[in-house]
Unconditional design. Structure first.
Length: 302
């Protein structure tokens, strides 16, 4: 079968998670002013979705201690959804006061990672997220759900599809519009992704699923490609390949938005994103974190 005969989508939505997932693990604190300037650059690049911060207790994620100031002071561009991660009702209240457009809730498919990340069991987490979802929707906000460790857990190893289904179904029941399936430690390979999606797509429509790949073992782009072939049109990525999870030892950055865009552009798949503006924003944040970022496109641009 030739590439031209493969059933790739004509258009893909790219969700930029760099300002949250990218910065949360950085040891160098990026100033509030630089975060705002960076997000404003991203807003001008054609991205339609930017996750700008996390309203988690600053004690746990000190890199995002200025969440409220950032969310309040960025320049909002029409047509761009500005989202933020919230862990509980207290975080939701702060997010609502900062006028975020969408609330993102999160939990793990594996019990041990959920306890490390949230300090609660999976069953203890469900009622909290149900409360957050109910209050967010009542406030006129949409809700997105993250499921971590879908393809592997740093503590338990492989994660069964039945557990991913159970968590996903519960999140849909509480009102999330979409679930992002996270390869938190970058353990997945294309065959594994195909098998998992084959199971999940029998239960959920493709437009309600997004993929969130980390590039720990260099397979993120291959996993994106098989996801495209399976009909997925929604991908999380982080500019420059920033990222990592504080509670997933060994996790490296997300698939780089600029690398993802280069591939999609070359395949004739529309995103609405301007590559040069995106690379300029990547170069800006690379200078602020003070180290080379892993994005191949950024290295070529430099």
């Amino acid at each position: 079968m030739t590439v031209s005969n493969r059933n790739y989508p004509k258009k893909v939505t790219v969700n930029e998670v760099g300002p949250r997932d990218g910065l949360q693990n950085e040891k160098t604190f990026i100033s509030t002013e630089d975060k705002i300037a960076w997000i404003n650059q991203l807003s001008q690049s054609g991205l339609s979705y930017i996750e700008v911060t996390s309203f988690v207790n600053p004690k746990w994620i000190p890199a995002l201690a200025d969440a409220y100031e950032v969310a309040k002071q960025i320049d909002r561009v029409s047509g761009v959804t500005y989202a933020a991660l919230v862990p509980n009702l207290k975080g939701l209240q702060r997010g609502l006061e900062a006028n975020i457009d969408e609330v993102a809730v999160f939990m793990s498919a594996s019990e041990t990672h959920n306890k490390k990340n949230i300090n609660k069991s999976i069953n203890e987490t469900f009622p909290i997220l149900k409360e957050v979802g109910k209050e967010a929707i009542a406030a006129g906000k949409t809700v997105r759900g993250y499921v971590s460790t879908v393809f592997g857990c740093p503590y338990e190893g492989p994660v069964c599809a039945e557990q991913v289904l159970r968590v996903s179904e519960t999140l849909f029941d509480i009102g999330v519009r979409e679930i992002s399936l996270g390869d938190t430690i970058g353990a997945a390979n294309p065959l594994q992704v195909e098998k998992m999606l084959d199971i999940l797509l029998k239960r959920f429509p493709s437009e309600r699923l997004a993929m969130h790949f980390h590039d720990t073992r260099g397979l993120a782009m291959a996993n994106v490609l098989i996801s495209l072939e399976m009909g997925i049109t929604n991908f999380d990525s982080s500019i420059g390949g920033l990222g990592g999870c504080p509670y997933a030892p060994g996790a490296s950055g997300n698939v780089a938005t600029d690398d993802l865009l280069y591939m999609l552009d070359g395949m004739g798949i529309q995103t609405g994103i301007h590559q040069e503006k995106l690379l300029a924003a990547a170069k800006f944040i690379q200078e602020k974190v003070g180290r080379p970022l892993p994005s191949h496109s950024l290295q070529a641009f430099n």
